[in-house]
Each structure stands twice: as structure tokens, then as C-alpha cells.
Design a protein around this ligand. Sequence first.
Ligand SMILES: *Cc1c(COP(=O)(O)O)cnc(C)c1O
Length: 395
Amino acid sequence: MNSFLKRTWAEIDLNAIAHNYRAIRQSVPLHSKMMCVIKADAYGHGAQWIAKEYERLGADWFAVSNFAEALQLRNAGVTTPILILGYTPVEMAKELSEYHISQAVFSEDYAKHLSYHAQKSGVTVRIHIKLDTGMTRIGLMCQDDIQCAQAVDAAERIAKMDSFVPEGIFTHFAVADEAEDGEAYTLTQFHCFNQAVEELERRGLHIPLRHCSNSGACLDYPQMSLDMVRCGIILYGLMPSSKIRNQIDLHPAMQLKSIVSLLKTVESGAAVSYGRTYHTKDAAQIATVPIGYADGYSRNLSDRAQMLVHGRRAPIVGRICMDQLMLDVSSIKGVREGDIVTVFGTDHGSTISVEELSSLCGTINYETICLIGKRVPRIYYRDGKMVGELDYICP
Ligand SMILES: *Cc1c(COP(=O)(O)O)cnc(C)c1O
């Protein structure tokens, strides 16, 4: 234990995870099931641990992006239903069935091939039919009346294909997190979806799970929750955008920490890091920190971002290297080698948010947390005590 403290690590607060789950559960209508989106290693938080936690809290469903992510959960002992939101090779019909994994079906051709392979293997596959009401990503095109009519016909044929159990039907919003700017479009998407579902019902085809809400819609359009919501980013305590109108109390679950590996005092005019882009103006105290772009800390943050040392902000000076970077800690008293550096999170009441770093490098909080490298161990805390460690390199 504590070997991780020697370099760079991510602290994940399971109390925050539980708090967020309960806060969301309370803001979503009671009759709507909760599908926890834990694709991309639970947005970088460590899928096995996070899945176990949500399972304990009563999550109804999990969503992942691909078969490997689903299998990882099953291998970890997760028994909650799992939906693969994206593409799975049709040859995996047998495995989908064996592991009780439901598959999104997003075109009639894909459906035919998947059905063929399911039949050939003598298995049935649970499917969720995906309608494309405005993302133009995957799904049966359903963005106007003519397309909608065609999508309904196709969905009916798909639902009746051999070896399928039609379990769900869903769509995905493009601008549910953009407040007024996205309202008309979101309402249109929801309308198209409902029209298609209602027409299928009229034809006697009842698909039990209708779902369309991502985090943005969970917060700002609770009336669209239907049978299930698919929330991702808010589970981890982050907002899908800064424009959300209906704020709820969320706690960011992850903090990224490192240490001062070396301190040196340099003269004015010293060139720091590759390319000599930064020269000290006066004599300075430079702290080297063992985190770099290979840990998922973007090189675009060179000479821009800050980190917390003793609760005070220290600027990154010079280029961020693959495994290390330098801070100017001249203005902070009493810094010593081995001191903790907060890359994002809170230290002595000061905070550097994921959003601050994301906007400095021109991206969104989603990408920043997903990109945290696999050589950064995830350390889990409950009630302030360390309860586990996920080490990807030396499991
Ligand atoms: C990723 C994803 C979600 C979750 O999105 P958040 O904005 O994180 O809530 C929901 N549905 C689909 C289809 C997705 O791909």
C-alpha cells in the first residue's frame, strides 16, 4: 500500500459517486430506470470499481461502447443488464447472448447480419433499436416525416427478425445541454422519436424500454425521461456544459495528484524544458513534477495551466514533457521535495477544476477525464479512507 504515492495518481471519492447517483435518482421521475453510462472505463474513473458501486446503489442498467467493455464488467462479476451503445461485429452474436449483453441495432443491414449470425449459432440476442432523430451518427434515419415512416417500417421488420428479443428503442440528443439554444431542436428530436414509437405501438409492437435522455436532458428535460435515462458525465460529478439551467448539487468524484520530485534554485535567464520557450525572469525555485502528456496531461497546457502546491497556484513553466513538467514555485513558501501537487481538485480550500484545464486546452471536461493515462493508478476512498487501488500496469 501507498506505493502509488511515489508518483502520480487519481483519487476517486466513492462517497461523491454515491451522492451524485442519489441526487440524479431524485431528480429523475420515479418510474424511469437509471442506466449508468460507464463507457471509456467509466469516463476514466475505473469501470470495475464504479460498476460495483452503482450496482450496490441500485442501478438498473449499464451502458458501454463496445463488447470488450461489456465483457470486462461481466468478468468482474457484474450481473446488471448491459447495453452496448455502439458497433459490435455481427460475428459476436453468440457471445452477446452467452454473456447476456444487449446490443444497439442501428441499421436494417446490420440487423440482418446480426440476426443471421444469431440464428446460425442457435441463440437469441436482446436488441435496442436506435433511431437517429438528429445526431446523424448511428441509427435509422428519423429526422422528418418521410424518414420517420421509413424508420417505423424498418424498425418493425427488425423487431420481427429471427433470433431477436426487442427489448428497447432509443435515440440520442445533440443539443440537450445547450439551454435555449438547443431547445427547439431537442423538442423536435423528442417529437420524432415519440411519433415513431407511437406508430409502432399502433401496429401492435410494444417495445418495453424507451430511452433518450443523456445527462443534459436528465437535468433540463425531466419530462423526456420515459422508461429509462442514460446518464454519464453527471454521475462523475461534472456538468455536461456550462449552460445547464437546472443545476443540481453534484460532487466531482476525481482529483488528480502528483508530487514535487525535485526542487532547484536557478538564476535569472535559465531556460526551462524542451525548445527553451521559457526563461526565468529572476532567480527562481523550479519544482519538477512527474506527470506529463503520457499521463494524459495535455501538452497544450504548456506555459498556460497552474497546479496547486500548499493550496497556492503555481504556473507551469516551459513545455510539458512526456513524463514530467516544471512549476515555478518561487512565490510559495516552504515547498519541499515530496510535497503533494494537486493537478485538479481541491487543496487547502483552493480548487483547480477539470473545466478550467479543459477550456485552457480547447476541449471539454469529458475529454480531459477520459484521457487520464492508464499508467496513473486510480485510488478509491470512502469516508476519507483508502479502500482500494486500480493499477493498470501492474494489476
Ligand atoms: C455517452 C452517451 C450517453 C451519456 O452521455 P452524457 O452526456 O455523459 O450523459 C448517453 N447515450 C449515448 C448514446 C451515449 O453515447
